[in-house]
Design a protein around this ligand. Structure first.
Ligand SMILES: Nc1ncnc2c1ncn2[C@@H]1O[C@H](COP(=O)(O)OP(=O)(O)OP(=O)(O)O)[C@@H](O)[C@H]1O
Ligand SMILES: [Mg+2]
Length: 226
């Protein structure tokens, strides 16, 4: 996505166990979670004529990291105890406005179903469920699909990506996906170079052009017409 350029891209790391900045080689010092916490703490101490929504919005723009080919926002820690409805409602409106500035918004969520069942992320055009190349992984993907359908989440398309696929298990995965009637939009091979990058803490933006994982992802981007 970043290689093609031309499109305004916002990347959101919505996993509380945030590691996308490291993976992308970006350093981030403050998160939306910190800002939410600030508003929650200070809400009664602010001068009465403060426009809280504008204040929060300006703080979110301060933590937005602008890179040459994409912008990055990190959600960070989940809310603490107490009633965050007020701040969260402000945040929803602000996020709706911010995302309108971009052609593409790519959100990486935590594994599992919670962000879907809590309806934190809404109006999704393309939901990509990334699983490893195991039977159980595909079964989880199927549960996510069924949940998305039953919650009526307004997701236009749902696809599955099988990651860390080996030549030995590729056919079986494709066959099982067909059996489950899942739209397997692509497979990403297990990539030794990527595994090495991870061990050395190198960002994936430096992967060589012939990296298997990169080629697999490129093919998915092409198929999805992004
Ligand atoms: N295709 C691949 N080839 C080799 N290693 C990979 C591949 N994909 C991911 N990895 C490695 O596997 C680990 C987990 O990958 P990743 O962070 O993408 O998983 P995740 O599903 O997002 O995990 P989580 O659910 O915890 O967020 C990382 O160390 C990553 O470098
Ligand atoms: Mg992850």
């Amino acid at each position: 996505l970043t290689a093609k350029g031309g499109k305004a891209l916002l990347v959101v790391d919505a996993d509380p166990d945030s590691n996308l900045p490291d993976v992308l080689g970006v350093s981030v010092d403050r998160t939306i979670g910190d800002t939410r916490e600030f508003m929650f703490r200070e809400r009664d101490n602010l001068p009465p004529d403060t426009n809280k929504e504008s204040l929060l919005e300006s703080k979110i723009y301060e933590i937005l990291v602008e890179m040459p080919r994409f912008d990055l926002l990190v959600m960070g820690r989940p809310e603490g105890s107490g009633c965050y409805c007020y701040v969260n409602n402000l945040l929803r409106g602000i996020m709706d406005r911010i995302t309108k500035n971009y052609d593409l918004v790519l959100i990486d969520t935590a594994a599992g179903l919670e962000h879907l069942s809590r309806r934190i992320i809404r109006d999704i055009d393309e939901l990509l469920v990334v699983t490893d190349g195991s039977r159980r992984g595909l079964q989880t993907a199927e549960r996510i699909r069924n949940l998305a359908v039953s919650l009526d989440l307004n997701i236009k398309n749902l696809h599955v990506v099988a990651n860390k696929v080996t030549p030995e298990n590729r056919d079986r995965i494709e066959e099982y996906a067909r059996e489950l009637k899942m739209d397997l939009v692509g497979v990403v091979p297990f990539d030794e170079v990527l595994a090495q990058f991870d061990l050395e803490g190198k960002p994936v933006t430096g992967l060589p052009e012939d990296s298997g994982a990169l080629l697999g992802v490129r093919e998915i981007v092409r198929k999805m017409g992004l």
